[in-house]
Write a protein that binds this ligand. Structure first.
Ligand SMILES: C[S@@+](CC[C@H](N)C(=O)[O-])C[C@H]1O[C@@H](n2cnc3c(N)ncnc32)[C@H](O)[C@@H]1O
Length: 277
C-alpha cells in the first residue's frame, strides 16, 4: 500500500474551489488552488506577533467571506498611501516565514516591499522578524495571490515580482495546482511596469523547465538569459533540456531553510529573471 503524503491527504480532504452558491447566494466559479489549508493551531507566540505587529504590517483588505480571497474591484492598494511615499515597489508571492523579504526590505530601504502569503503561521513569523529588525518599508497581505495579485496592484505598479520555491506539486496528477502557468504569466505582465523584472527560483527540475517555458512563451517578457546555463535536462520531461534560459543566482535571494533542505537532498536550484517588455 502506498501511504499518501500529507500534501496529498490535505488535497483529498479539502473542499477546494468547489463550484456552487456561497452564503449570500453568489455563485463562485471553481478555482484550483496552489496551496492547501495547513497549520491548524498556532503557538501563542504567533498569536502574539499578529496582535502586536499586525497593526503596523498587515494590510487590512476586504475579504470574500473571511477567506484568503479579496473582494474583486474593491481591493486595489493605493501604494503611496500605504507606504507614505512614492517609491518603487517589489512584491514577493509565497514569502513563507519571511526570511527573504525581511532581509531584502531591511537592506534596500529606498524601495518598498509587499509580501503575499496565504499561510497564517508564516505571516506571523514574518511580522515578528520585521518588527525585530525594525523594518519599516514592508507590508504583508495574507491572501491567495493567484486571485489577489491583479486585484491589489494597479497595472504597471510593480518594479519587481518574486516567486522563490513555489510549492512544487511534484506528482503529475497535481501539476495543475502549480502557480506558474501561462494565464498567471499574463497577470504578472499586467502588474509589472515596462522594464520591470519577474524573478523566480525552484529546486524542482521539471518545474524549472515548466517555468522557463511559461516565461519564454509569454510575449510580454524578454529573457536576457535565453540559452544560458543550459543543462542536459531529462529527455522524458524536457526534450529541449539543453536549451537553458536560466539566470545566475539572484544576489538578493537569501538562503532559506527551505532551500537548505533541498540542497541537502541534492536538488539543484535554478533561477529565472525575465524583463517586462
Ligand atoms: C515551498 S514554500 C517556500 C517559501 C519561501 N519562498 C522560501 O523560500 O522559504 C511556498 C510558499 O508559498 C505559499 N503559497 C502557495 N500558494 C500561494 C498563493 N496562491 N498565494 C500566496 N502564497 C502561496 C505557501 O503557503 C508557502 O508558504
Amino acid at each position: 500500500m502506498t501511504v499518501p503524503t500529507s500534501q496529498e491527504q490535505a488535497v483529498e480532504h479539502e473542499v477546494v474551489g468547489r463550484e456552487g452558491a456561497g452564503r449570500e447566494g453568489v455563485t463562485h466559479p471553481a478555482r484550483i488552488r496552489s496551496f492547501t489549508r495547513r497549520g491548524g493551531r498556532m503557538p501563542q507566540r504567533h498569536h502574539r506577533a499578529l496582535a502586536e505587529h499586525g497593526p503596523a504590517y498587515l494590510l487590512d483588505l476586504p475579504r470574500q467571506e473571511a477567506g484568503s480571497m479579496v473582494q474583486p474591484g474593491r481591493s486595489r492598494l493605493d501604494l503611496p498611501t500605504v507606504f507614505g511615499r512614492t517609491s518603487s515597489v517589489v512584491a514577493e508571492i509565497g514569502s513563507g516565514s519571511g526570511d527573504c523579504v525581511v532581509a531584502a526590505a531591511g537592506s534596500d530601504t529606498d524601495r518598498d516591499y509587499v509580501a503575499l502569503e496565504v499561510w497564517r503561521p508564516g505571516v506571523a513569523q514574518t511580522l515578528a522578524k520585521a518588527a525585530h529588525a525594525d523594518v519599516r518599508n514592508l507590508r504583508v497581505a495574507q491572501v491567495d495571490a493567484g486571485q489577489a495579485l491583479a486585484e491589489l496592484f494597479a497595472p504597471g505598479s510593480l518594479e519587481e515580482l518574486w516567486i522563490f520555491f513555489p510549492d512544487p506539486w511534484p506528482k503529475k496528477k497535481h501539476h495543475k495546482r502549480r502557480l506558474v502557468t501561462p494565464d498567471f504569466a499574463e497577470t504578472v505582465a499586467t502588474v509589472l511596469r515596462p522594464g520591470g523584472t519577474w524573478r523566480l527560483a525552484t529546486d524542482w527540475a521539471d518545474y524549472a523547465w515548466q517555468m522557463r517555458d511559461v516565461v519564454e512563451g509569454c510575449e510580454a517578457f524578454d529573457n536576457p538569459h535565453a540559452g544560458r546555463l543550459a543543462d542536459a535536462g531529462d529527455p522524458a520531461v524536457d526534450p529541449q533540456g539543453d536549451r537553458g534560459g536560466f539566470a545566475p543566482r539572484f544576489a538578493g535571494r537569501v538562503l532559506t531553510r527551505f532551500e537548505l533542505k533541498g540542497a541537502r537532498a541534492g536538488r539543484v536550484v535554478r533561477d529565472l529573471a525575465v524583463v517586462r517588455r
